[in-house]
Design a protein around this ligand. Structure first.
Ligand code: ATP
Ligand code: MG
Length: 168
């Protein structure tokens, strides 16, 4: 029985994340997905709530064929203690999948095996680029799973982002 852990902020969840998780699903029995900075929302870098991001991921991965858990994880702002914090909140796991250098470093130092998936079309498939496109009124829907575009539409996500980016 092997259980993988994958963590991100998912602001928003996009096709790069989806591609990696589909790959992981082929090589493990279960996946734990941590939604980092779960307490953050309504900011230009973090427009969506933890719950909205849980909804994006859960609906996008419907039918994955591998059991998965989506767990919100609040920040503690102490990197040296962060892996312990994460492990206190999620089901036990055997391996971390991440391409984020700090995340890799912290888990390696804690003695947890790490696998680094290749990046998928990173120039376009990044949360930063998707939020930029939303603010610029450019097309972004093609970069996220259809279920995620639906959630963002239902919560008026683009309007929220544009409004909080305005000056008063
Ligand atoms: P942001 O630009 O807001 O940081 P992001 O696209 O990097 O967003 P994160 O939520 O920060 O998304 O990343 C979660 C995990 O997904 C990290 O391990 C990150 O390296 C990985 N990841 C991000 N984009 C891709 C991609 N295009 N292909 C594969 N993995 C990706
Ligand atoms: Mg990132």
């Amino acid at each position: 029985m092997s259980r993988a852990f994958y963590i991100g902020r998912f602001q928003p969840y996009h096709n790069g994340h989806q591609k990696v998780l589909r790959q992981i699903a082929k090589s493990v029995d279960e996946i734990v997905i941590g939604v980092g900075s779960a307490q953050m929302s309504h900011e230009i870098e973090n427009p969506f709530t933890g719950g909205e991001r849980v909804l994006m991921i859960t609906t996008a991965l419907d039918g994955l064929g591998c059991p998965f858990y989506v767990i919100p994880i609040e920040d503690i702002r102490r990197n040296a203690l962060w892996v312990s914090h994460v492990r206190s909140l999620v089901p036990p796991f055997d391996i971390l999948y991440s391409s984020n250098p700090l995340v890799i470093r912290l888990f390696r130092e804690a003695g947890i095996p790490v696998n680094s998936p290749a990046m998928y079309e990173r120039a376009t498939h990044s949360g930063t680029e998707i939020r930029r496109r939303m603010l610029a009124g450019e097309l972004w829907e093609e970069l996220v799973p259809p279920a995620v575009a639906k959630v963002i539409c239902e919560i008026d996500g683009v309007e929220r982002l544009c409004q909080i980016a305005c000056d008063d």
